[in-house]
Design a protein around this ligand. Structure first.
Ligand code: KG4
Ligand code: ZN
Length: 346
């Protein structure tokens, strides 16, 4: 089976081709970072317009790279939510317009399921069950994953997502959008022990997380120091986030009893986080799986792959839910539980 995957939920236009025998055959991405940089964050209307401009050429490029024509596809998967409504509509309408005349299944995929499964794209990746740490610009969650679609939320951030905290802190340090990679780069030159920043909810006994107090502590630090201290502030901030995530990950694994931790989402690209998880959990016999850094942030590959997983499962159960025959669906706000129930046989 060969699936085209389309991702347009925020500020990356991603298109990819996944084949059940050959794996990932093509994967192209257009980033809107330069477009939004002047505004310090994503401007939704500009994002939608840019997706419109780039999506069809990217699909052509993907098919060319994968030596595939539209008529050779078995399905088209797109990110149906959560995300920016206008941006989601671009992917949804193009996926539907291409699939309908060819009588192909259209597969509405949850963006976080895409992130969650991206670590499994590697043929040598661990299998279900596993505990997942999903850390992106919009979400910070621990999930217990027994099998495809069986996602139990164990805990999440009660305020800012980890990526959002990186972005806001980077802004305080005068770094360009998106802040995560820029802050991580600056942190490499700094001393992570210099500032004792708080670790909110570290000892809460559950898997809830909080990052907004940390950002406030950084703003006080910035107000009383000079730019010469910014590398130390960045390193101390990164260390606090990593300490929190590693400690909660350890707790999550104790709670689920799983031997595997999968880390996904943009913050999963953070090298300090990867090293610390390996140092703390790898040495305790836990199997760690990270998608390659380029698949941690938004991309079409994770949507094509999730589409294949869902298509395979639905074909086996004889329950392929095509979006409504005359239209398509998007869900700017969508939890994974409601999403999974859309795939239950009716
Ligand atoms: O998963 P993603 O591309 O988009 C969402 O679904 O939100 O994640 C983007 C987030 C941004 O907040 C970005 O600053 C952060 O991931 N990020 C990083 C790194 N690379 C991206 N944060 C820390 N370190 C990084 N290396
Ligand atoms: Zn994402």
């Amino acid at each position: 089976m060969r699936i085209l995957g389309i991702e347009t939920s925020c500020d990356e236009t991603g298109v990819a081709l996944y084949d059940s025998h050959h794996g990932l055959m093509a994967d192209v991405l257009h980033s809107q970072v330069a477009l939004h940089a002047a505004y310090g964050g994503v401007v939704p209307e500009l994002a939608s317009r840019d997706h419109i401009r780039h999506l069809l050429p990217l699909i052509e490029q993907t098919l060319e790279q994968g030596h595939t024509t539209l008529d050779q596809l078995d399905a088209i998967a797109y990110t149906a939510g959560p995300g920016l409504a206008g941006a989601l509509l671009v992917g949804a309408s193009v996926a539907t317009a291409l699939a309908r005349p060819r009588h192909l299944p259209v597969l509405p995929i949850h963006h976080l399921e895409g992130h969650l499964l991206s670590a499994l794209l590697d043929p040598s990746a661990p299998k279900f069950p596993f505990t997942a740490l999903l850390v992106s610009g919009g979400h910070s969650q621990f999930l217990s994953v027994e099998r495809l679609g069986d996602y139990q939320l164990l805990g999440e951030s009660v305020d800012d997502a980890a990526g959002e905290a990186f972005d806001k802190t980077a802004q305080l340090l005068g770094l360009p959008y998106p802040g995560g990679p820029a802050l991580a780069k600056l942190a490499r030159q700094g001393n992570p022990q210099r500032f004792k920043l708080p670790r909110p909810l570290l000892h809460s006994g559950d898997l809830q997380m909080s990052f907004s107090g940390l950002k406030t502590a950084v703003s006080q630090c910035v107000a009383t120091h000079t730019p010469d201290d910014y590398a130390d502030i960045a390193a101390s901030f990164e260390r606090a986030v990593v300490d929190l995530l590693v400690s909660k990950a350890e707790q999550a694994l104790r709670q689920t009893g799983h031997q595997t931790l999968i880390v996904a989402g943009g913050v999963g690209a953070n090298q300090e986080l990867r090293h610390s998880l390996k140092n703390h959990l790898g040495t305790q016999g836990i199997t760690l799986a990270f998608p390659p850094a380029r698949l941690c942030t938004d991309n079409g590959a994770m949507i094509a792959y999730a589409g294949w997983c869902r298509l395979q499962q639905a074909t086996q159960c004889g329950s392929l839910p095509l979006s409504s025959p005359s239209g398509f669906t998007i869900h700017p706000r969508w939890n994974l539980h409601d999403y999974s129930s859309t795939w239950q046989p009716s």
